[in-house]
Design a protein around this ligand. Structure first.
Ligand SMILES: C[S@@+](CC[C@H](N)C(=O)[O-])C[C@H]1O[C@@H](n2cnc3c(N)ncnc32)[C@H](O)[C@@H]1O
Length: 282
């Protein structure tokens, strides 16, 4: 019998994020919103906050750059925006669902490598390699090694993503490489730091929206389902609750304890934009 490939929970999370975002909030991106003071924190303003985020990242693309590799290109809208500005953009996209969306949007305007960045193989070289909230998914060492390989001399690494801080305690929010580990590792590679900008404050507010959604929509739905099951199938429900008690406890803490909030994000995560220049003749 054929072994079925296990599905990756992070990939499923992104696919669900895409569906919910597109259907309910008309968002066109899979990254956080960048909340400026003049933009009211409201879920309906999320698309505008996400556009702000794209504009913020784009404003840090170095002058003179022409060719970009968008690693983890999501639905392809960020790449499209860049192409419409005159850049030549290739994409890396390991997720079949997201790649399909990106292909529909980009057509033949971009070459999409349907692969993990870790396994990417190409003779192409780029002026900028861009990680827009995708860096956290990629093995640190391979991300740096491959970027050196695929960048032109004096090319740039542009990363906008969140990292883990060294704060004590255990966060319910996963994701992100440890920031101190990243600094330590990249200092051993021929990359010169050009910019390091902290945007934790502007991005943490997304977690307030997430927490509101989980409390006001997620939790009531879970409670309704649980009520339905325990009144209609009491024995089966008890058995399932007992068998999966540890998993259920973990899920409750992770999603419904109220700890997934903006304050904790600012304690446990650091959202940063990094621009590094590859040193010449490496
Ligand atoms: C949070 S989404 C960001 C998407 C897009 N960059 C944006 O800003 O909307 C993360 C992206 O990283 C991609 N990704 C996850 N693991 C990856 C890997 N190992 N190599 C390359 N991309 C990866 C996902 O498929 C997805 O497109």
């Amino acid at each position: 019998m054929k072994n079925k490939k296990k599905l990756d929970s992070k990939e499923i999370g992104l696919d669900i994020g895409l569906m919910l975002g597109k259907y309910f909030f008309r968002t066109e991106h899979l990254h956080y919103g960048y909340w400026t003071n003049d933009l009211k924190l409201d879920i309906h303003n999320l698309p505008e906050a996400q556009e702000n985020y794209s504009d913020f990242v784009i404003s840090h693309i170095p002058e003179g750059a022409k060719t970009l590799l968008d690693v983890g290109s999501g639905v392809g809208n960020f790449a499209l925006k860049l192409i419409n500005m005159g850049y030549n953009v290739d994409c890396v996209s390991p997720s079949p669902l997201l790649t399909k969306h990106a292909r529909d949007i980009l057509g033949d305007k971009s070459h999409i490598f349907e692969s993990n960045y870790e396994n990417l193989n190409t003779d192409n070289r780029y002026d900028v390699i861009l990680f827009c909230e995708s860096f956290q998914y990629i093995n640190l060492v391979t991300a740096l090694e491959n970027s050196l390989k695929f960048l032109n001399n004096n090319g740039y690494l542009l990363i906008c993503d969140f990292f883990k801080t060294d704060a004590k305690g255990k966060s319910v929010m996963g994701g992100g490489h440890r920031l101190t580990k990243f600094y330590d590792l990249i200092s051993r590679y021929p990359f010169e730091l050009v910019k390091d900008i902290d945007i934790t404050k502007e991005t943490a507010l997304n977690l307030k929206l997430v927490n509101d959604f989980l409390t006001n929509v997620g939790l009531p739905i879970v409670n309704l389902c649980s009520n339905f099951l325990s009144t209609n199938y009491p024995l089966l429900t008890k058995l399932i609750q007992w068998k999966y008690r540890k998993k259920i406890k973990k899920i409750k803490r992770k999603y419904f304890s109220g700890e997934r909030n903006a304050e904790n994000f600012q304690i446990y995560k650091s959202y940063r934009l990094f621009l590094y220049r590859k040193q010449a003749d490496y």
